[in-house]
Design a protein around this ligand. Structure first.
Ligand SMILES: [Zn+2]
Ligand SMILES: [Zn+2]
Length: 314
């Protein structure tokens, strides 16, 4: 993937990297941007759909988000997608675990189910090298966050007994109900209890962090400084780029279309062009069908190119 040498340059020379990014933006190319797609027609079909709407990455559920059945793996189809993504210079593909899993459930059977499902997903993702796997840490229900954190860490320690190559991402949560992961500190506490913590990254959801009380609208730098101090920006591997229907700190988790919510287009553009973030893949999970996603991708790319152009040429 051609993005790779760009990423290496980032560690060596930020200036050179910034220049490359600028060239990419101004050349009509962009950082990696895509949306959530349905796996119902298969893996290669998702790659083709992504390309048709101007995306160069995408996210998908590994199985029905409500849990339950999963199609038998078709290695030919998934390998064809890996090849297609390489050919079209896609960014890392993001697989999302079913959101019904609860790795910190009080019930042992539910925790076992979460573990088996994630093991099976990661086994499948071995066919998609370089992809990422994102999951919701879970809800502690009445056990308290401390116990929740312990159980999530135990879940990950067991998951990592197998040497899968995919990086597993903890998602930042809005703090709806008893969700664990509503603060950067809670995610840090999980990571600290995982023996192979280097196999963990974080996926930042803009709607979730805003709903959790992080002011990405008027203090993006401050939020990123906090993230860096508590979790380390090098752990940030992916961003869910969603507007929010509700005010900051509402703990609601209701996504809105880009520019239609309380975060707003201007802040979205600041996020995707931020020097600490623009090398990352961005995934839309806004309430849209494909034409709506295509419009948002086009809008964000255009606004990002304008913003970067202004930065460099005044
Ligand atoms: Zn999610
Ligand atoms: Zn959400």
């Amino acid at each position: 993937m051609p993005g790779e040498d760009v990423h290496i340059s980032f560690t060596n020379s930020t200036k050179f990297y910034d220049m490359l990014v600028t060239v990419q933006f101004l050349g009509g190319m962009s950082v990696y941007l895509g949306c959530h797609l349905s796996v119902s027609k298969g893996y290669l079909a998702m790659g083709k759909t992504a390309l048709s709407i101007g995306a160069d990455t995408f996210q998908f559920f590994t199985r029905s988000p409500r849990g339950g059945g999963v199609k038998p793996l078709d290695p030919e189809d998934i390998t064809a997608l890996a090849e297609f993504a390489r050919e079209h210079h896609f960014g890392p593909l993001l697989a999302h675990a079913p959101y019904t899993l609860n790795p910190c459930a009080a019930d042992e059977g539910l925790r076992g189910y979460a573990l088996e499902t994630m093991q099976d997903d990661l086994r499948r993702l071995e066919y998609l090298p370089g992809s990422l796997y994102n999951f919701h840490p879970g809800s502690h229900v009445k056990q308290g966050a401390e116990i929740g954190i312990e159980k999530i860490a135990e879940h990950l320690n067991r998951l990592f007994e197998t040497p899968f190559s995919t990086t597993v991402l903890l998602e930042t949560m809005a703090g709806k109900g008893s969700e664990v992961g509503r603060t950067f500190e809670e995610l840090r506490a999980v990571i600290d209890r995982v023996e192979q913590g280097d196999r963990l990254g974080v996926c930042l959801d803009t709607c979730h962090v805003f709903d959790a009380g992080y002011d990405v609208v008027s203090d993006l730098d401050g939020v990123l400084e906090q993230f860096d101090r508590i979790l380390g920006l090098e752990r940030l591997k992916a961003v869910h780029i969603n507007d929010s229907k509700n005010p900051m700190g509402s703990h609601k988790d209701r996504h809105e279309v880009i520019g239609g919510g309380t975060i707003g287009l201007d802040a979205m553009v600041s996020i995707i062009t931020h020097p600490s973030l623009r090398h990352l893949p961005f995934y839309l999970e806004t309430p849209n069908e494909l034409p709506g996603y295509a419009r948002e991708i086009e809008l964000l790319r255009r606004c990002a190119a304008e913003r970067i152009g202004e930065e460099y040429h005044g």
